[in-house]
Design a binder for this molecule. Structure first.
Ligand SMILES: NC(=O)c1ccc[n+]([C@@H]2O[C@H](COP(=O)([O-])OP(=O)(O)OC[C@H]3O[C@@H](n4cnc5c(N)ncnc54)[C@H](OP(=O)(O)O)[C@@H]3O)[C@@H](O)[C@H]2O)c1
Length: 250
């Protein structure tokens, strides 16, 4: 089991699903984990469930000032940031054929899925540049690239942008000891996907047709984030790592 003792990890969107599982995995391996989200009750639950240091910060990513205040407070408490997992995302807002997507939903989706990734990277890179080390992992999706969906033009757009931002930033910081990568999960059993499928039963039924016969557990996605954050991934830069159990091959 890798050791993240003494490392400071930030998880953007850690109150449920993939983010919550990632918080718990890093905390259980000795990291000091700071995670964000809007729902205080869920945040406190994750803090309690974590077997290690996990600190919830209430932040609404649609408000850049809240993101700035979070980093200001964080960097008074911690002298470094070793790992950033940029995970916050919504899917159902702004879904439907492009001509019917409301402008206000478009802006909410861009702010949550894309601008927050930009802002968390920007703040984190200031710390990482001073340290000359760090790993950033952004959460994209196969829906952004490998398996676009005609009913999710806005969501797919934000996820494709994350892959491009990842590659560009990775190239810029490759010689500064900072590795930037992204993951593209396929369907994963979380509140987000259950809502998208309409019900847990509908998701389970659909998952039976996938190559693995089930959709990913959030733990399996968190395992990949941990790998990319670890020294075992020291030569991996600017990669989009697809974690979909073969879903996009079909
Ligand atoms: N599940 C899948 O099938 C799948 C597949 C590919 C990629 N992904 C990506 O994985 C990421 C995590 O999704 P999930 O499936 O784990 O769903 P989830 O359980 O709904 O988690 C979404 C996370 O994003 C946070 N978030 C959403 N809006 C926010 C806002 N305005 N400010 C701060 N935090 C916000 C949520 O926190 P609060 O609600 O507390 O604010 C929550 O912690 C997303 O980026 C999603 O696109 C998921």
């Amino acid at each position: 089991m890798e050791n993240f003792e003494g490392k400071v990890v930030v998880v953007n969107g850690g109150t449920s699903g993939i983010g919550a599982e990632t918080v718990k995995q890093f905390a259980a391996r000795g990291a000091r984990v700071h995670f964000t989200g809007r729902r205080e009750e869920k945040g406190r639950e994750v803090e309690k469930e974590a077997d290690g240091y996990a600190h919830f910060h209430q932040v609404d990513n649609t408000d850049p000032d809240q993101i700035s205040s979070f980093f200001e407070k964080l960097l008074k408490e911690e002298s470094q940031i070793d790992v950033l997992f940029n995970n916050s995302g919504v899917l159902s807002i702004g879904s439907g054929p492009l001509a019917r997507v409301k402008e206000e939903d478009w802006h909410t989706l861009i702010a949550t899925n894309q601008t927050s990734v930009f802002l968390y990277m920007k703040h984190t890179l200031q710390a990482m540049q001073k340290q000359k080390s760090g790993a950033i992992i952004n959460n994209a999706a196969i829906l952004g690239n490998d398996k676009v969906n005609p009913m999710l033009p806005a969501y797919s757009g934000t996820k494709a942008a994350i892959v491009a931002m990842t590659k560009s930033t990775a190239l810029r910081f490759a010689r500064q000891g900072i590795r930037v990568n992204c993951i593209s999960p396929g369907p994963t059993k979380t509140a987000l996907s259950i809502k998208a499928y309409g019900s847990e039963e509908a998701l389970e039924k659909s998952s039976k047709e996938s190559p693995r016969g089930y959709y990913a557990h959030p733990e399996e996605i968190a395992n990949t984030v941990r790998f990319l954050a670890s020294d075992a991934a020291s030569y991996i830069i600017g990669t989009e790592l697809v974690v979909d159990g073969g879903y996009s091959l079909k």
